[in-house]
Design a binder for this molecule. Sequence first.
Ligand SMILES: [Zn+2]
Length: 210
Amino acid sequence: MNKDFLEKNHLTEIKGNRFIIDMMYATPENIVMHPVYWEIGFGDCAYLHIDAAVRLQELALELEWLNLKLRICDAYRPPKAHQRILELLPIDGLFASKPENSLHCYGTAIDCCLTDEKGRDLKFPTAVDGYEKKYAKQLSKGITKPFYNHLEKAKQSFLDTHYAEEINNRELLKRLMTSVGFETISNEWWHFQLPKGKEDYPMIDWSTQD
Ligand SMILES: [Zn+2]
């Protein structure tokens, strides 16, 4: 991304040996089954507002101590990409109804999970975004119920003794992320954001950079 644009918007690229950058919407392995970030020319890098990036750097020390890594599956999302996602899957309630309502478009939200030292995902109650190919295929045909049922497991409040390891890992991720100042949301265990995002940070419109 253009250096001046990054600086002007206080965005920075997330790098480092504790982070695995694996932007889902730069691949077809996501709920809309399109590499949207490439389709709009954005690519597959993870950018965040510097205030969020600083917190991740702090987290990196703790991750190193624990022999863990953070797989980053989404970070800053251009409003244009959010718009495209809504066009591809026009189902009410699945995504924020407009870019203004998604903190990803402000560079202050991150979707992530933990991996071991070799980059193998720890077990969680669902995949990030609740993504599974079968649900993506069903959604493309307008079949929503199985996916919504599945998303019950994505809630921070999901408890089930059959998922003890998954829930422990969810709690570990939550503890790590909140210890450096991110906040959680109730419906998505993988999503973390800076507090008071919308009041303090403007939406960043990547498509206007040229
Ligand atoms: Zn998110």
